[in-house]
Write a protein that binds this ligand. Structure first.
Ligand code: CA
Length: 223
């Protein structure tokens, strides 16, 4: 398991790094917010331990940026501040757990173990709707065992639809989650991409999976 620790107090950072290494984790350490974010974006970590007060970029902004990039690596926030609003801000920004300094190293290790366990069970498994199968780990999509080549956007749209099977997804929801853009003049783009997907997923097949819900949006379901 690979862990990134972003902590600017050298003593604390080295202490955490050593403790984690003794538990056989591979540990990288950054003492700077922006640099830490760069590392987290470049490498597939299993867990991040992030201090709130950091030079160049706060731990909360590191976290927000990661989540914006759809990186769902579990994050344990460290903070000297025990105020409730800091805790709430951290959790709102997408933190998975929160530890107030000073902390006992055993508690940190226990929380790290818990987060890694949780991360492992929540890690995206294979998605399947009828004979349509999507593997988030490899980005492979097949229908009836036949491989389907998708562009990045088509893939993102299909994954979003498959993760919400049986639910009506409105165009604003789709534009926000797949394009990360506010819904405005975006309707056409979505309709165009849904059509691209339809051509690849449903065309020539008896059972259609992508359904238009009149006046609302789209739904993926087996019948
Ligand atoms: Ca700090």
């Amino acid at each position: 398991m690979r862990v990134l620790v972003i902590e600017d107090e050298t003593k604390v950072g080295c202490f955490i790094k050593r403790a984690l290494e003794e538990e056989s984790y591979a540990v990288d350490l950054s003492e700077d917010g922006a640099k830490g974010l760069e590392m987290a974006l470049a490498t597939d970590y299993d867990l991040l331990v992030v201090d709130v007060m950091l030079p160049s970029m706060s731990g909360l902004d590191v976290l927000k940026n990661l989540r914006r990039e759809r990186i769902q690596t579990p994050v344990l926030i460290l903070s000297a501040q025990s105020q409730i609003d800091q805790r709430v801000k951290g959790l709102d920004a997408g933190a998975d757990d929160y530890l107030t300094k000073p902390f006992a190293i055993d508690e940190l290790l226990a929380r790290v173990r818990a987060l890694l366990r949780r991360g492992a069970t929540e890690s995206p498994g294979i998605l399947q709707v009828d004979d349509l199968v999507l593997n988030p780990a490899t980005r492979d999509v097949t229908r009836g065992g036949q491989r389907i080549e998708l562009t990045l956007k088509e893939y993102a749209l299909l994954e979003y639809l498959m993760r919400h099977t049986g639910r009506v997804l409105t165009r604003p929801m789709i534009s926000e989650h797949v394009w990360n853009q506010d819904f405005d003049t975006f309707t056409n783009v979505i309709d165009v991409y849904v059509n691209y997907l339809r051509n690849k997923i449903d065309r020539g097949r008896t059972k259609k999976l992508i359904h238009t819900i009149r006046g609302s949006g789209y739904m993926l379901k087996a019948d």
